[in-house]
Design a binder for this molecule. Structure first.
Ligand SMILES: [Zn+2]
Length: 483
């Protein structure tokens, strides 16, 4: 292989592995790789990430004069996220997503991408600015009412800011004159900003007017094939929530203004949830109360169980659409007999920002954020001793430890922060770390200076405190899954 090309290839491979597009594997089997000197690029050690430099504008303690933060606090996740400098309110239903939130969201997007790619999904990106013509064709221009953000361009043409993209994606697919049944199931999805003119935006990121959503659209040759696709997407959703450590229930739902024949919601049980669910204690049946007559409490599936009401936050929604949109927009394909057929469609939403806030809502304590470990903004926070204290020498050990972590645990690169605010006591910084919810907090103090150094490790998910040797610590952190 030509040396320059080889170099480029290695860089690309390295990047792909880092972003986990390719599975992790050892390249030592490759002779060229083994002969090449180790890439200096990846070996270079960056200076540690310093808490004092992270942009978290509330700075944890900079509350208003009355000790409260601006904006109406309507739920736990909103309060905790604002206090921790994760989000900042701008105008009603809109927030600044601050750097730690963006890190977490990018991770969540990577997990979603992995699951969607796993079932054959292909990612695209459609305009947010949608022409009214398409929405008038589907009659949703009128049906959506005040929820749709509408605007006019300089020529007087009507547009809306897309809350969902059935019209757009179906038109796109219809434009391909030579679409073959061999390309089916066709699963197209995007993760983009969506807009909805909520009458009463509240609960922070849980009900905003501008939010991120994953919306996927499926095209199939037959009703039977479309149901199979529907099922595979539901299974991918279940895997996603399992990986995030979230208990999510799939309930039968109303099809609402999206239309179609079959629909499910994915709900996280939570007291502040705005959806009322009925769950059977005896079998797997569960449904949104909207789909049942309100006085009915006998399970329609097993007939013996009683339905119990609970509240949930809707984080995902799936619809079997049939030919509703493909018929209107003429999304046809040629079938195995080379005859034209109308595609059977489904659409599948996941609220990206909502999953983030809902996870914080259901996992956190009143005092501190708890993240699904996989998508925590940073995995580890290292706390050196207070400056001028008798353990001051621990500061060097803390930096050494971060260096070692970077060298030996590549999965944790960029995931370890050093709380360098050493003018503060360890206790105060521990309190902040608790509020921010780093999955692992490592205190480098007295124990680390002893002949057999011991590090105090607080596992925030379980609340457990351990005293570990350096090897023990590396063992523990080596098991941390990152994305
Ligand atoms: Zn039942």
């Amino acid at each position: 292989m030509e040396p320059v090309m080889h170099h480029v290839r290695q860089r690309v491979l390295h990047r792909l592995h880092r972003t986990r597009i390719l599975p992790k594997r050892n390249h030592s089997g490759c002779a060229e790789q083994a002969a090449a000197p180790p890439s200096t690029q990846s070996r270079r050690t960056k200076p540690p990430l310093l808490v004092s430099r992270l942009y978290q504008p509330s700075n944890l303690r900079d509350l208003g004069q009355d000790g409260r933060l601006p904006g109406e606090m309507t739920c736990k996740s909103q309060r905790l996220m604002q206090q921790a400098g994760l989000i900042h309110p701008s105008n009603p239903g809109c927030y600044y997503y601050l750097p730690a939130t963006v890190r977490s969201m990018e991770k969540l997007v990577r997990v979603i991408d992995q699951e969607m790619h796993g079932i054959g999904g292909q990612k695209l990106d459609m305009p947010s600015l949608c022409s009214a013509d398409l929405w008038k064709t589907s009659q949703r221009w009128d049906l959506m009412g005040n929820e749709l953000f509408r605007l006019k361009d300089r020529h007087g043409a009507d547009y809306c800011l897309g809350p969902t993209h059935e019209e757009a994606v179906t038109t796109l697919v219809a434009h391909q004159a030579t679409l073959s049944y061999r390309q089916f199931p066709l699963l197209l999805y995007q993760i983009t900003r969506k807009f909805r003119d909520e009458p009463k935006p509240r609960f922070g990121l849980l009900r905003g007017r501008e939010f991120y959503m994953k919306d996927m659209y499926s095209f199939d040759v037959s009703e039977e094939a479309a149901y199979e696709t529907y099922e595979s997407v539901c299974q991918a959703y279940a895997r996603l929530f399992t990986r995030l450590g979230l208990r999510c229930i799939q309930v039968q739902a109303d099809t609402g203004n999206i239309g179609g024949k079959l629909s499910h919601e994915f709900q996280l049980p939570a007291d502040i949830g705005e959806d009322r669910l009925l769950v059977c204690g005896n079998c797997s049946f569960s449904a949104n109360i909207e789909t049942l007559s309100s006085d009915k409490r006998d399970c329609p599936q097993c007939k013996t169980g009683t339905l119990v009401e609970s509240k949930g936050i809707e984080v995902g929604h799936t619809f079997y659409l049939g030919q509703k949109y493909s018929h209107i927009f003429k999304a046809t394909f040629s079938n195995s007999q080379n005859k034209p057929g109308v595609a059977e469609m489904g659409c599948f939403g996941l609220g990206v920002t909502r999953i983030l806030a809902a996870a914080i809502e259901v996992m956190s304590t009143e005092e501190g954020i708890r993240w699904p470990g996989l998508i925590a903004p940073y995995q580890v926070c290292v706390l050196p001793p207070k400056k001028g204290s008798k353990e001051d020498a621990g500061a060097v050990l803390a930096e050494e430890l971060i260096h070692t972590l970077g060298e030996t645990l590549p999965g944790l690169r960029g995931e370890v922060v050093l709380d360098d605010r050493t003018q503060m006591t360890i206790g105060k910084r521990l309190k902040d770390a608790n509020r921010l919810g780093y999955p692992y907090v490592v205190v480098v103090a007295q124990g680390a200076l002893e002949e057999t150094p011991r590090f105090e490790v607080i596992c925030q998910q379980t609340g457990e405190t351990m005293f570990l040797s350096k090897d023990g610590l590396l063992d523990l952190l080596g098991k941390v899954e990152t994305v």
